[in-house]
Write a protein that binds this ligand. Structure first.
Ligand code: ZN
Length: 200
């Protein structure tokens, strides 16, 4: 595949490394980028570099933010007694969009999967346990991992870990379809799952 200049070829290769972008789409995007005015391409390049440099994990809940603490963790109006544990920042965003949950979050950045070789040490679980030791206001941990095998395994693991500490642990109801990713589920279902949560 050396029909194109080396630089264009490099751009196509980099784009095709992105999730969901096949080689055809990568070519189309690359052609679009080089045919636009130079300023547009520069804006895109600097937006990518800026985001990459400034976005980091929130020191408290591990979601992605560009401050030490994310807006939720630093808000005095959030209920400090509840922590909802989710797999990904997109799941947090899905619950935030409902506007009905006012507690805190903790983002694991994955789920335990023995099959894939992902153990408890590979997700942000130690950070959660540390919070539970230092944040004395916490009364309930709501586990809102996906209802996939990995999500359920993670929920059981966390519940066993936390319960001896005397903190209430609940799991969102199974209104969420099996294998369903939280970010694709509509608000009504999300709220029903939250309201129908059961204590573990
Ligand atoms: Zn945070």
């Amino acid at each position: 595949m050396d029909y194109y200049s080396e630089k264009l070829q490099t751009l196509i290769q980099e784009l095709s490394r992105l999730p969901g972008i096949g080689s055809k789409t990568a070519q189309r995007l690359a052609f679009h980028i080089v045919s636009e005015p130079a300023e547009s391409a520069e804006r895109l390049a600097s937006a990518i570099a800026d985001a990459r440099h400034s976005v980091r994990y929130c020191k408290r809940c591990c979601t992605l933010t560009d401050q030490d603490l994310c807006p939720i963790c630093s808000s005095p109006s959030r209920d400090q007694s509840t922590i909802m544990v989710v797999e990904h920042p997109q799941d947090l965003a899905a619950y935030e969009k409902t506007g009905k949950y006012n507690g805190l979050y903790h983002v694991l950045h994955g789920a335990i999967s023995p099959e894939m070789g992902i153990g408890p040490g590979d997700i942000r679980l130690a950070e959660l346990m540390k919070r539970l030791q230092t944040e004395e206001a916490v009364k309930e941990v709501i586990i809102a991992t996906n209802s996939s095998l990995e999500g359920e395994t993670t929920a059981m693991y966390i519940s066993k870990l936390i319960k001896p500490a005397g903190i209430k642990v609940s799991r969102i109801a199974s209104g969420v379809p099996v294998g369903g990713d939280l970010e694709y589920i509509d608000e009504v279902t999300l709220l029903r799952a939250l309201e129908g949560r059961v204590e573990l």
